[in-house]
Design a protein around this ligand. Structure first.
Ligand SMILES: C[S@@+](CC[C@H](N)C(=O)[O-])C[C@H]1O[C@@H](n2cnc3c(N)ncnc32)[C@H](O)[C@@H]1O
Length: 282
């Protein structure tokens, strides 16, 4: 049996069918702009990865934790019978609206928890998820659910982050401090913000055969995406301020220093490293 630190360490406290599993980020429409930028930063690599996994027109495609549904809509535009599943009704409403505007008849969005997606067994050719397992208390159980829904020979494709890889050069102590505060906040909720580096282990434990692993690491010195992790860490930390585990004054100081780092064209800001996985149901 392979180690599954999150599930084994935290399972006693984890509810059986958690809605959203201790989600630290903002939810609802307040987070939509951030999801749009995630799509801008990552969708190109995601499409390449899905093609590498054998995704083609006519496939039954399901995206778990689809957010605003960028990848599901792309899959439908490529000729897939595509379903996006998420718990967040606001996200699903926008995803559906955008699919309608694009005239995509084979894209469907519906509300479900990944642990209970109501999919027929052995029915899916390709599953996809990005930024989902790092928010879950029971990533291996979630992968077992995907395993059951896939056809034999079907593939699970995921892209998950290692947030501990966020850094700046020259070193900005504020970036490091806020990154570590957020990582610690996640650990206290029994979710793993460095889980990207373990997705292959989770997949193996869930019964998958590993086909491909890789990772990429966006870096910026200028441009609109440079401050993305300043923004995201701040969003996570605001949840911690609301809970009382971080003071608003300290967060303000850290953000002011991070803004200075972002404003300097000499400061390199590295985002989280994104781990990619293609795993097959034997
Ligand atoms: C960080 S967002 C990523 C969205 C999208 N995958 C993307 O890359 O833009 C995580 C998404 O997972 C959804 N989510 C969290 N827990 C879930 C669960 N247990 N079942 C289904 N969706 C979940 C959230 O509602 C949110 O839309």
């Amino acid at each position: 049996m392979l180690p599954n630190l999150i599930q084994h360490h935290c399972s006693a406290g984890a509810p059986m069918s958690t809605i959203g599993d201790k989600y630290l980020l903002g939810t609802g429409r307040s987070d939509h702009e951030r999801l749009r930028v995630i799509s801008e930063i990552h969708d190109g690599r995601t499409r390449e990865l899905l093609r590498k996994a054998g995704f083609v027109s006519g496939h039954r495609f399901v995206e778990f934790g689809c957010g605003l549904g960028y990848v599901t809509r792309w899959a439908a535009s490529e000729g897939a019978n595509a379903t996006g599943i998420d718990l967040n009704e606001d996200n699903l409403a926008v995803a559906t609206e955008l699919a309608g505007e694009a005239g995509l008849k084979t894209a469907e969005f519906r509300s479900a928890n990944i642990y209970e997606p109501a999919l027929p067994p052995d029915s899916v050719d390709v599953s996809y998820s990005r930024w989902l397992f790092v928010h879950l208390n029971r990533p291996v159980d979630a992968m077992r659910v995907i395993h059951k829904a896939l056809k034999p020979g079907g593939v699970m494709v995921c892209e998950e982050a290692d947030v501990s890889a966020v850094y700046t050069e020259p070193h900005s102590p504020a970036y490091t401090e806020l990154r570590d505060i957020c990582m610690q906040g996640a650990r206290q909720r029994c979710v793993d913000y460095s889980g990207g580096r373990r997705v292959h282990l989770w997949a193996k434990e869930a019964g998958f055969e590993i086909v491909h692993v890789d990772a990429y690491h966006p870096h910026y010195v200028t441009g609109g995406h440079k401050g993305f992790w300043n923004w995201t860490l701040r969003s996570v930390a605001l949840g911690m301020v609301k809970e009382g585990s971080l003071t608003a004054a300290r967060l303000e100081e850290l953000v002011a220093e991070m803004n200075q780092a972002d404003a300097s064209p000499d400061t390199l800001v590295a985002h989280c490293r994104m781990h990619q996985l293609i795993a097959k149901k034997p």
